[in-house]
Write a protein that binds this ligand. Structure first.
Ligand code: SF4
Length: 448
């Protein structure tokens, strides 16, 4: 039996696809080179933006017509729609696309083995979309992608924050923290399979809370650091960090332990207090800036990145200026920048005073221009630095070069043997092209 997956959206979706793929392999299934030759095609969808849903709908339509064509030739595959859009639209997806066999929302993933069994036996099962596992989210045993040296380890699921523009709490549900013993076990497991860098993953990791306060996020970081040290994992990261819940204790744990990479993605979303309040982010720009100061004074070498959302309803010129001023103050290494689109089912959907498309585009272009300036200035200052990098793979642009990454999340390419993939080594960031460093001396020294 064979499977073929397409995954959209965030790292949580990538991790979940990896776990579903592992469930297939554990039953003896193999990865198909394309959908045509697969027994099961799964689209893991994202719901966070309208454009993501439109893209997923386009892909479903494409696979539905491919399925029709193959069926006419006496051959076909089972089509499974998973992820946040599946959770949001439920069985409505099957009505829209009768070619869809199974809709597996984020709350019904534990049905996956049943789906595999049905495909193996060539039978159809009636799957109750939500009820089987509602409220009993089960984490899969491993989220390791084959052949990868970096892996995600989920630590929690869902979100309680209800930022007014965000659909996540509605489709992923409330926060559920994972048993720390299982997290430690998965760190050991992926390390045994060759993983060198782990990202602890959750929608809002800072509110990790096991057993009513028995273990908080800082405590989990201590535990993960100890486990990583024992298992030979040299780098730990975590995603997504929310400024509202980022504790002093977390900063102290990171600063005290060099296994934590000196890079932090700290979503600010906006620089205006009025807009932050309307977004229900739960912090002020002053809080964010004080947090950045605290983080930098404890870890001066750290690089910061962020998300910026432009054009929220009611946003005025002075608000966007406040965002640009905050960017000037913090100087992010990079940002994910996007403009607001109303999302049905969220609190902000009905907010008045929408910003025109033209103004959104104009404001976003100013934010992007400033970010580009900061990225280039920060990277230029780094030319000549000597860094430990993890060799991740062969460059897509030049097969003679290997792609590597510093702990600050900077990309460095250098010539070197493929046998070095998955190793740490020292490199000098000799020059900069675009946002990528080149290391002239090449990769040769293993086990940095
Ligand atoms: S913290 Fe806010 S933006 Fe992030 S997932 Fe939760 S509700 Fe969405």
């Amino acid at each position: 039996m064979t499977y073929f997956f397409e995954t959209y959206g965030c790292q949580m979706n990538s991790a979940e696809s990896a776990a579903l793929a592992l469930a297939c392999r554990e039953r003896g299934w193999e990865l198909a080179p394309n959908a045509e030759s697969a027994d099961l095609v799964l689209i893991n969808t994202c719901s966070v933006r309208l454009t993501a849903e439109r893209r997923a709908l386009g892909r479903i339509a494409l696979y539905a017509s491919l399925k029709k064509k193959l069926r006419a030739q006496g051959n076909s595959f089972a089509l499974v729609i998973a992820g946040c859009m599946a959770q949001r639209m439920g069985e409505g997806l099957k009505k829209k696309f009768p070619a869809v066999d199974y809709v597996m929302g984020t709350s019904s993933r534990s049905m996956f083995p049943l789906i595999l069994e049905a495909v193996e036996k060539k039978i159809n099962i009636i799957m109750d979309f939500v009820t089987p596992t509602l409220g009993r989210f089960s984490f899969s045993s491993s989220h390791l992608e084959e052949g990868e040296f970096r892996s995600f380890v989920p630590i929690m699921h869902g979100c309680n924050n209800f930022c007014s523009y965000c659909i996540v709490p509605y489709v992923r549900g409330r926060e559920v923290s994972r048993d720390p013993k299982l997290i430690a076990e998965e760190i050991r497991l992926v390390a045994e399979r060759g993983v060198r860098e782990i990202t602890l993953l959750g929608q809002n990791v800072n509110t990790y809370n096991w057993n009513d306060g028995e273990l908080n996020f800082a405590g989990l970081l201590r535990l993960a650091a100890a486990e990583a040290e024992k298992s030979g994992v040299k780098r730990l990261r975590f995603l997504s960090a929310n400024p509202r819940d980022f504790s002093r204790e977390t900063i102290q744990v990171m600063a005290a332990n060099r296994v934590f990479c000196r890079h932090l993605h700290l979503c600010v979303q906006h620089g205006s207090n009025r807009v932050l309040q309307a977004m229900n982010r739960g912090y002020t720009r002053e809080h964010y800036l004080a947090l950045v100061k605290d983080i930098r004074s404890s870890m001066p070498e750290i690089s910061l990145s962020t998300d910026i959302l432009v054009g929220f309803p009611g946003e005025k010129e002075e608000d966007i200026e406040a965002t640009l001023a905050l960017m000037e103050e913090v100087k992010f290494l990079y940002s994910y920048m996007y403009h607001y689109n109303p999302r049905e089912g969220t609190a902000a959907f009905d907010l008045p005073d929408r910003v025109s498309e033209e103004t959104k585009r104009e404001r976003l272009s100013r934010v992007i221009a400033l970010q580009k300036k900061h990225t280039q200035a920060l990277l230029k200052k780094r030319v000549g630095a000597r860094e430990i990098v993890l060799v991740e793979g062969i460059s897509k642009k030049n097969a003679d070069e290997l792609v590597t990454r510093t702990e600050r999340d900077e990309m460095v390419v250098a010539p070197g043997p493929v046998s070095m993939i998955g190793s740490y080594t020292w490199l000098t960031l000799s020059s900069l092209r675009g946002n990528t460093f080149r290391a002239k001396e090449g990769i040769s020294c293993p086990n940095a």
